[in-house]
Ligand binder design. Structure first.
Ligand code: CDP
Ligand code: MG
Length: 199
């Protein structure tokens, strides 16, 4: 890779959530990232405990309220009454529900945890994943290609939205999540054959 690329080579954490593994989509989803030029530098399959997945997410008030707002946006978009659907209009209360459903979801089966490395990896991986709600994710994105679910069906049946993948969204999330899933294990250092062409 050219020396100019040094400052923009990032690492990021991806999880193939239990629905992606159960649907036999692990290989296809990994290929989406690899094809863009992102390099797998660490990978493992884990059957995580509830306690472990509870500590995966940021769990900040902003993140919790943000999830609640995504539910409210979906309901507004579909003309649904949040009180009828989830019993409240408070994004914090809805976010707390989603947080609990996420623990059920992520601990419901094996998860594949991956660290990718590459140019603008954090943004590129988020772009490839698509929007949180598969029904509003771009058609070519991973979430938009393999699902069309939303908070309407997910949250209203007391489940998290099964959207196949997780990806860190900030350098702070990368630091926390890579340490959480891989501890002190060091990512592999190697060159991909196409690195010079991609840069
Ligand atoms: O995963 P992403 O960063 O796009 O979204 P998030 O706001 O960090 O939410 C984490 C996960 O919670 C999502 O990927 C969904 O699986 C789930 N979620 C949900 O079930 N219902 C919501 N209203 C918001 C999030
Ligand atoms: Mg997130």
């Amino acid at each position: 890779m050219s020396p100019n690329a040094a400052g923009i080579v990032e690492r990021t954490l991806v999880l193939l959530k239990p629905d992606a593994v159960a649907r036999g989509l692990a290989g296809q989803i990994l290929a989406r990232f690899e094809t863009v030029g992102l390099k797998i530098v660490a990978l493992k399959m884990v059957m995580p405990t509830r306690d472990f997945v509870a500590r995966h997410y940021p769990n900040t008030p902003e993140w919790i309220a943000g999830m609640g707002k995504k539910t409210l946006e979906t309901y507004k978009d579909r003309g649904l009454d949040p009180i009828a659907e989830v019993g409240t209009t408070d994004p914090m209360k809805i976010g707390e529900m989603v947080k609990a459903w996420n623990i059920d979801y992520l601990s419901s089966g094996p998860v594949v945890a991956v660290i990718f490395e590459g140019l603008h990896a954090i943004t590129t991986v988020r772009k490839l994943c698509g929007a949180t709600m598969p029904f509003s994710a771009d058609p070519g994105s991973i979430r938009g290609s393999y699902s069309s679910t939303s908070a309407v069906v997910g949250n209203a049946t007391k489940r998290a939205v099964r959207n196949l993948v997780h990806a860190s969204s900030t350098p702070e999330e990368v630091a926390h999540e890579t340490a959480h899933w891989f501890g002190t294990e060091k990512p592999c250092v190697y060159r991909r054959a196409d690195e010079d062409v991609l840069a």
